[in-house]
Design a protein around this ligand. Structure first.
Ligand SMILES: [Zn+2]
Length: 276
């Protein structure tokens, strides 16, 4: 029977076991090894019997009952995904479904990962839970905070280092950092001149008198922002200070931006608190 734990509690539990077995300097770990070892020792009657790449048009990954055995499960990832880091996130997501949800859907899951999509539109509850599990499994917050403290100002260099440490995309690292930082910061993801979605740290959301939570309507990216400057290929990684009226009417920001050619979007990290 699957125990009832929240996604964060599940990730904490697995990480505790891994910390004890392998120490804190174990990142990035093989998600395949972790899923197979952990499932075999905790649920020997229904382990994850295999993890394999396959043709999965339209999906990132799947968790299905093992067709070759009576009780095991198989994780499949879309072998057309070009990024190993995205595959790692997908595998962790499917491992989350296995731990938390397999009893709810005995026929398994076919998933479009929401790792890089609008958190407000992110599929059903089980999909969101699997993503929260994946983020916390790969990037334990107790470890992340030791590299970038909650009160600390950060930039894309530091967040890229964190992404390397955990073997995740820069976007995944920024989103996890936003979940615990005390800095007022906003992530805005845009394509073709329009914001697709955005996400804010708790302290940025708390300042909603000047900051309209997260943009709810289609909004063009400001003409003076870094995100609008497609022709520039290299930016100062610690950001460009922009005056009031560029991103927010009443607030200056420091903007850092990365253009992702592979996925055709622009990631802008807006810091509302300036470096001390
Ligand atoms: Zn899923």
């Amino acid at each position: 029977m699957t125990e009832i734990r929240s996604p964060i509690e599940w990730a904490f539990f697995v990480n505790q076991v891994l910390d004890e077995a392998f120490g804190r300097e174990r990142h990035p770990m093989s998600v395949i090894e972790v899923a197979r070892m952990f499932s075999a020792s905790k649920y020997p009657q229904e382990p994850i019997a295999a993890v394999e790449g396959d043709d999965l048009p339209g999906f990132q990954g799947a968790l299905i009952p093992d067709p070759g055995r009576r009780r095991g499960w198989v994780i499949i990832f879309n072998s057309a995904i070009p990024s190993r880091r995205r595959i790692r996130f997908t595998l962790a997501h499917e491992f989350g479904h296995y731990l938390m949800h397999r009893a709810l859907r005995p026929r398994g899951f076919h998933c479009v990962s929401v790792e890089d999509s609008d958190p407000e539109q992110a599929g059903d509850r089980l999909e969101r839970e699997a993503d929260i599990f994946a983020a916390n499994l790969l990037m334990p917050i107790h470890d992340f905070r030791e590299h970038i403290a909650p009160g600390e100002w950060t930039d894309l260099n530091m967040l890229s280092c964190a992404a390397d440490r955990y073997g995740v995309s820069l976007m995944a690292a920024i989103r996890q950092w936003l979940r615990y930082t005390h800095q007022r910061a906003v992530l805005a993801v845009s394509r073709d001149g329009y914001i697709l979605w955005s996400e804010a740290s708790e302290s940025a959301k708390a300042g909603r008198t000047f900051f309209p939570n997260v943009w709810k309507e289609t909004m063009a990216i400001p003409g003076l922002s870094l995100a609008a400057k497609r022709e520039i290929t290299s930016y100062p990684k610690d950001g460009l200070p922009l005056p009031k009226g560029v991103w927010f009417p009443d607030h200056e920001v420091v903007e850092m931006a990365v253009h992702s050619d592979q996925y055709e979007f622009v990631i802008s990290l807006l810091m509302l608190d300036f470096k001390a």
